[in-house]
Design a protein around this ligand. Structure first.
Ligand SMILES: Cc1cc2nc3c(=O)[nH]c(=O)nc-3n(C[C@H](O)[C@H](O)[C@H](O)COP(=O)(O)OP(=O)(O)OC[C@H]3O[C@@H](n4cnc5c(N)ncnc54)[C@H](O)[C@@H]3O)c2cc1C
Length: 492
């Protein structure tokens, strides 16, 4: 049997079964670990397949920020009275347009309980607030804002900080995965590493297993109850990116390098529908604390967004509307106000006493930047931003000397060591169309019997927008639900 093809293998063509279990989980990142924990807790025998020598995936490299709220104990300890309704209203607006209302509603109502589930499985969150715009706080504070106070979101929902950060030295994803793995290791779940699932096995329209490759040999796994695909997204698959999300071509990828989309394609070959395949998180290469104190402008020197929103939303606007030809404009005071350990080594690329000089150095049309900054300053002096409604907290007329940072030149997050990143690093947020229980749907909107998915292999809470923490958040939350549903799935 060919392992190059992706079309499902009919069970009748399989000459022997190498392994049999109730629930087979493909991919051992956060979604796979969560699915495994809940499937085994539901009484199922579970095998997890992981193509690499160890699990973790992108989840282990991540910042460890999880978007949680509705009244978690960390929020309460920090003095915030959040409600599921406010969380839902924020997410519907921020992850839209037309984000998945059913998933967001469920996720918001159960978020505080999901927080507790994580804590009960050993994941630590420190009850202290980091109160300044950043990608990842330089401290181990466990709570941070994700743009909830920014326009238009503050008009739609009572703002509360909901970025829950796994306690860690630096990025928290490694701690998250270490804790989930410790929890899995305490169960009978079997993990088969170096085992790359390449094709589904089907029988009379039901997914009953996979064919996987390990050290050059192929093995057949049979799943009595269900197969759960938690294989991550497709940002590392250049052909899939070109096909579905051409605006991402050539950009850096925010992943462990293994987001090859195989799980998505295997399921598509079995009739699965996909959603929102062109949507992406755009980790734009700038320091949020600098941008919010100044402004971001396009090649014509024009602002295009309020700089206090979650920077990924700035990234989407900068990439999809301005081709990442954008600059952060600030003054000396704004630069100096950002503590050195939050600057990630970023220094201005252009400095000038006058805006005239600065726009010439950047190559903007004469007067373009002067017009924008003069207009910004005129209103900022009154604490107003009638164009984009940036919060008065960040409004102050910019004064000479001025500086500009070219976003295309990239930044180097301390966690990355020497490797920098260009104008932006991206990952895909579209994927398999699933129900709230992780059933993969076909093109008729019917569940494909025996097939489940969660994490970035699926389309989760998002349609287009992205807020940090919603990927680890929906990956673990819907991973858990997929694990339970797969354990309860029967062929009768
Ligand atoms: C640097 C960085 C920072 C980030 N920060 C955050 C953050 O703070 N908050 C947040 O919410 N998100 C963050 N993200 C995004 C987030 O980490 C991912 O979207 C999320 O971890 C995806 O989880 P997953 O379980 O779906 O996939 P993964 O964690 O990538 O796991 C998928 C696993 O499946 C395995 N696999 C794939 N195909 C197969 C196959 N065919 N057979 C067997 N195994 C297979 C892979 O090897 C991998 O181990 C960040 C990402 C990066 C790279």
């Amino acid at each position: 049997m060919s392992t190059h093809k992706v079309t499902p293998v009919d069970a009748g063509e399989v000459d022997h079964i190498d392994y049999e279990t109730d629930v087979l989980i493909v991919g051992y990142g956060c979604a796979g670990a969560a699915a495994a924990l809940e499937a085994t807790a539901a009484g199922a025998e579970v095998i997890v397949l992981e193509k690499l020598g160890g699990g973790g995936g992108s989840s282990a490299l991540s910042g460890g920020e999880m978007y949680l709220g509705g009244g978690t104990e960390v929020q309460r300890a920090c003095g915030f009275e959040d409600t599921p309704g406010d969380m839902e209203a924020f997410l519907l607006a921020a992850l839209g347009p037309n984000a998945d209302q059913e998933k967001i509603g469920l996720y918001s109502r159960h978020s505080a309980r999901h927080y507790q589930w994580l804590v009960d499985h050993g994941v630590p969150f420190k009850p202290s607030l980091w109160d300044s715009p950043t990608w990842v706080p330089p401290t181990d504070d466990g709570l941070m804002w994700m743009g909830e106070k920014a326009w238009p979101f503050a008009d739609l929902a009572q703002p509360s900080p909901r970025g829950h950060r796994v306690t860690s030295d630096g990025f928290g994803g490694k701690v998250l995965m270490q804790k989930l793995f410790e929890a899995v290791n305490a169960t009978p779940v079997a993990v088969h590493t170096d085992t790359n699932a390449v094709r589904l096995v089907t029988e009379a329209g039901r997914v009953v297993g996979v064919v996987a490759k390990q050290y050059g040999r192929h093995y057949t796994y049979r799943a009595r109850s269900g197969v759960v695909l938690t294989t991550g997204g497709f940002a590392d698959n250049a052909a899939m990116v070109a096909q579905h999300a051409p605006q991402l071509v050539g950009l850096g990828v925010n992943s462990d390098g293994g987001d090859d989309g195989r799980g998505i394609v295997m399921a598509q070959a079995a009739g699965a529908a996909v959603r929102h395949m062109s949507a992406a998180q755009v980790g734009i290469s700038l320091i949020p604390g600098m941008m919010v104190r100044g402004m971001i402008v396009d090649a014509a020197g024009r602002r295009f967004i309020n700089e206090d929103v979650y920077p990924g939303l700035v990234g989407q606007a900068a990439l999809f509307k301005h081709g990442l030809k954008v600059w952060v404009i600030l003054d000396e005071q704004a630069y100096e106000e950002v503590p050195e350990n939050e600057r990630w080594g970023v220094q201005p690329h252009f400095v000038a006493e006058t805006l005239d000089d600065l726009e010439q150095q950047i190559g903007m049309p004469p007067g373009a930047l002067q017009t924008t900054v003069n207009e910004y300053n005129r209103h900022a002096a009154d604490g107003q931003d009638p164009y984009f409604h940036k919060s008065a907290q960040w409004l102050r007329p910019l004064r000479s000397p001025f500086a500009a940072i070219d976003v295309q030149r990239g930044i180097v997050p301390p966690e990355y060591g020497e490797a920098g990143r260009g104008g932006a690093e991206v990952f895909t947020i579209g994927g398999l169309h699933t129900t709230i229980d992780g059933h993969v749907l076909d093109l008729d909107g019917e569940p494909i019997p025996g097939l489940f998915a969660a994490g970035r292999a699926s389309s989760g809470l998002h349609s287009w927008g992205y807020i940090s923490g919603t990927s680890l958040g929906d990956g673990t939350f819907f991973g858990r639900r997929a694990g339970v549903a797969a354990a309860q799935s029967t062929s009768s």
